[in-house]
Design a protein around this ligand. Structure first.
Ligand SMILES: Nc1ncnc2c1ncn2[C@@H]1O[C@H](COP(=O)(O)OP(=O)(O)O)[C@@H](O)[C@H]1O
Ligand code: SF4
Ligand SMILES: [Mg+2]
Length: 358
């Protein structure tokens, strides 16, 4: 599939340097018993046009990370660390500047499309409102051209331009939301589980379109999803999040073929068994982020846990295959650390029954 581009209008593209860089980024909410550390020291960057999948169980901080990157956090949430968009420090920018930047160059595709579309407004009005807000001085004709182009790219016929949101199917509405996000030609988009409510066919279609779009617009995408198949198919890299941290990040192919962090392994195992043999969830649940376990946050659930895992935080290591992982067992396998015999001893866990013994 290929797309013709309408020239002009969008923000200028700079080919060099990362689009977004997070360095030890932290986001927390005020909780009744202290701060809920939903994002707890996340470091990564995205190149122009790159698609990064973000996976992990519910409650691990994926949405908070996505929103934190865009400055779309609710009142009472706080951020710390470093966050740069095309080299600009986003954490010290004032609210107004951040909004202006966000409006045209940063985009978010939400989970429930219908609630984000005004039922009383035609599709054409949604587009013109979006464009008028963020790109002053566009003529009526330019607005229509840009809108129809975005619709066309998303496979929505121009005859639907004057329709109302309720006249579209769920899949079409999701594509509309994406078209609305992309009409501004943003440099960076967060899509938070955009396909959860869709059937498999529409899902595959949307993923293909997303994939093609980065070729066309050079948009970088953070794709939050439960669907590991989509990540394998559409993403360049994948980041695995557990209890507020990215525990493993690397080329999608490599991470799926050779997962290094025990959480990644368990996550893949549970997903694979969902589509093949019986159900096989990871035993237990992610921790309360106002009081996570010591050491590696996964240690109470980890089948590979050693004594060291409960006391010392695992350290981020770069592996030759291009992945970065924070796991003591991975360290041992790769000889990147020397542990004493007592540190290497299997962690004594009383209540945790190992799933694969059943
Ligand atoms: N608005 C909020 N106020 C307080 N806590 C929140 C808020 N949103 C999310 N959290 C908490 O932050 C943690 C991470 O949530 P979230 O980012 O939604 O994870 P995920 O998207 O991976 O399911 C959870 O413990 C959740 O309860
Ligand atoms: S650091 Fe230890 S507890 Fe954590 S995932 Fe690795 S082996 Fe398991
Ligand atoms: Mg979420």
């Amino acid at each position: 599939m290929s797309f013709d581009l309408v020239e002009g209008g969008g923000p200028a593209r700079t080919a060099s340097g990362p689009v977004i860089e997070a360095d030890d980024l932290r986001v927390w909410y005020a909780g009744p018993t202290g701060p809920v550390k939903a994002v707890d020291g996340v470091t990564f960057s995205l190149r122009p046009g790159e698609i990064l999948g973000l996976v992990g169980e519910s409650g691990c901080g994926k949405s908070t990370l996505g929103r934190g990157l865009l400055g779309l956090l609710p009142d009472g949430a706080a951020r710390d660390g470093a966050l740069r968009f095309r080299g600009d420090d986003m954490l010290t920018l004032r609210r107004k500047e951040q909004y202006q930047l966000r409006g045209s160059q940063l985009g978010m595709i939400f989970q429930e499309p219908l609630t984000r579309l005004n039922p009383l407004m035609r599709i054409s009005d949604h587009f013109s409102e979006t464009l008028k807000t963020h790109e002053k001085g566009l003529s009526k004709r330019e607005i229509e051209e840009r809108s129809l182009e975005a619709l066309r790219v998303m496979g929505i016929p121009p005859t639907r331009f004057k329709a109302y949101p309720h006249e579209f199917s769920g899949g079409m509405r999701q594509r509309l939301m994406i078209a609305l996000a992309l009409v501004l030609r943003p440099a960076f988009v967060v899509a938070d589980e955009p396909t959860t409510a869709l059937d498999v066919l529409v899902e595959a279609q949307i993923i293909r379109i997303l994939h093609d779009l980065r070729e066309t617009y050079e948009t970088s995408l953070l794709l939050i999803t439960h669907n590991l198949g989509i990540v394998a198919e559409a993403c360049d890299r994948v980041a695995v999040m557990y209890a507020g941290k990215i525990v493993e990040i690397g080329p999608a192919r490599e991470v799926f073929a050779n997962p290094q962090h025990s959480y990644t392994r368990e996550l893949l195992r549970s997903t694979i068994s969902l589509s093949t043999t019986g159900l096989n969830f990871i035993d237990g649940a992610p921790p309360d982020l106002s009081d996570p376990p010591s050491g590696c946050h996964f240690h109470p659930r980890c089948p590979d846990a050693m004594a060291v895992c409960a006391t010392r935080d695992p350290v981020d290591r770069e592996l030759p295959a291009g992945t970065r992982v924070a796991c003591w067992a991975s360290d041992l396998r790769h000889g990147t650390v020397t542990l004493s015999e007592s540190e290497r001893a299997p962690l004594q866990k009383e209540e945790i029954a190992l799933a694969d013994e059943a």
